[in-house]
Design a protein around this ligand. Structure first.
Ligand code: PMP
Length: 399
């Protein structure tokens, strides 16, 4: 029999999808399941986005488009990122992908040779490790536990960069923790970054519109503009505009990186469809009232979630200030039993929570932190309280 390539064996099925799939099956079998598992926004884009897509469909050329992205999209993105504080970028700094995920994979291909090192903090978004594994790069994972609020410290970053990794990958606000770095924290990390000019910096900031408590969204280039020569800002319409299925990601990067991604696009994907492009343009340049309203809604839900989790004795929940995730340390349950079933770790805990209690959460080990689990609170508010009460009852029943 012919064999599959080794890189496929290194890719693991997403733990998030495994839980989500199981939850779906149980629901289909008639069980009452509340899902806190999947990280997709619970809203749709504004009518102006659909109107732009319909209009584009009327005039669709049906042809291939630009490998870099259509000029209208690039121009709309330039205006959008200027408002986020990215100054002095032009079309030559940009390129597109089928969502941020494909762009991140392409960036890995563009920047990492086999065996070279990429470093990033744990807890991390699951795909980061998979990209490193598939590409045969070495992942240096910097553990940032709940005792440091899941945030990377300048000393940790300094230690990692002293090894001269090829790439430092940073995610703010964070999936899975919901943590957001303050301007001072970003400035302190940027101080370290300027010391190591041989390392590329990728900032995956696709949750930049969802920051609470007036902290604001900050990037290293805002405080150290000289980092612009080796920093790649990754953005997407998925979370900000409620458009995960439309699959549009954009980067702002040094020209040589944007050109490399454009060349890879010419081999991988060619271009984005015209209808999708028009929808993304409308999202970036249209009214921003939906993301703004959603941000407020998520902040209010965050309070409900954190208060409920902190009311459970022994559960530690660092305070998330962005995205739509909470990442409580639930290790107090390990070694205990629920209705006679022993719970040894996060995976077993999430399995019992789903099967016996009817709440789907994702085990923290999927994100490199086995003491925790991820709660995504995008579900309707009416489900939030009952779901949290089930979790509280589960912990109260442990023996
Ligand atoms: N980065 C992070 C941190 C994410 O959470 C996700 C999606 N869950 C992505 C990137 C990928 O986003 P997209 O839908 O644009 O591919």
């Amino acid at each position: 029999m012919p064999q599959l390539a080794q890189r496929v064996g290194r890719a693991k099925p997403s733990a998030i999808m495994v839980i989500a799939e199981k939850a779906k099956q149980l629901k289909a079998a008639g069980r009452d399941i509340i899902s806190f598992s999947i990280g997709v926004p619970n809203f749709l884009p504004g009518e102006h986005v659909y109107a732009a897509a319909r209009e584009a469909l009327q005039h669709d050329s049906g042809q291939y488009g630009s490998n870099r992205g259509a000029d209208v999209l690039l121009d709309a993105f330039l205006v959008h990122i200027e408002k986020l504080g990215f100054k002095g970028y032009g079309r030559a700094n940009l390129s597109i992908g089928i969502g941020a995920k494909q762009l991140l994979y392409n960036l890995g291909e563009a920047l990492l040779n086999e065996g070279e090192e990429i470093c990033f903090a744990a807890p991390f978004w699951t795909t980061y490790r998979d990209i490193a594994d598939i590409l045969g790069a070495k992942a240096n994972i910097l553990h940032c536990g709940p005792e440091q609020n899941y945030k990377l410290t300048p000393a940790q970053l300094d230690g990692a960069l002293a090894r001269k990794p090829k790439v430092f990958l940073f995610n703010n606000p964070s999936n899975p923790t919901g943590m957001v770095y303050t301007r001072d924290e970003i400035a302190a990390l940027a101080e370290v970054l300027v010391k190591y000019p041989e390392t590329w910096i990728i900032t995956d900031d696709i949750y930049n519109s969802m920051v609470f408590d007036g902290i604001g969204y900050h990037n290293f280039v805002h405080v150290k503009p000289e980092l612009k020569d080796r920093l790649i800002f990754v953005d997407s319409v998925s979370k900000t505009y409620g458009m995960p299925g439309w699959r549009v990601g954009v980067i702002a990067a040094p020209e040589n990186v944007a050109k490399a991604i454009t060349t890879l696009n010419s081999n991988h994907i060619t271009s984005l469809p015209e209808v999708i492009t028009a929808a993304a343009v409308a999202a970036f340049s249209g009214p921003q009232d939906i993301p703004e309203a959603k941000c407020k809604e998520f902040a209010a839900k965050r309070d409900i979630v954190v208060n409920a989790l902190r009311a459970i004795p022994g559960v530690v929940c660092p305070y998330p200030q962005g995205a739509f995730y909470a990442f409580p340390d639930i290790s107090v349950a390990f070694g205990k039993s629920y209705q006679g079933v022993k719970i040894n770790d996060d995976v077993e805990l999430c399995a019992v929570l789903l099967e016996a209690v009817g709440v789907a959460c994702v085990p923290g080990s999927a994100f490199g932190e086995p003491r925790a689990m991820r709660i995504s609170y995008t579900c309707p508010t009416a489900q939030l309280q009952p779901g949290l009460e089930r979790i509280q009852a589960f912990f109260a029943a442990l023996t």
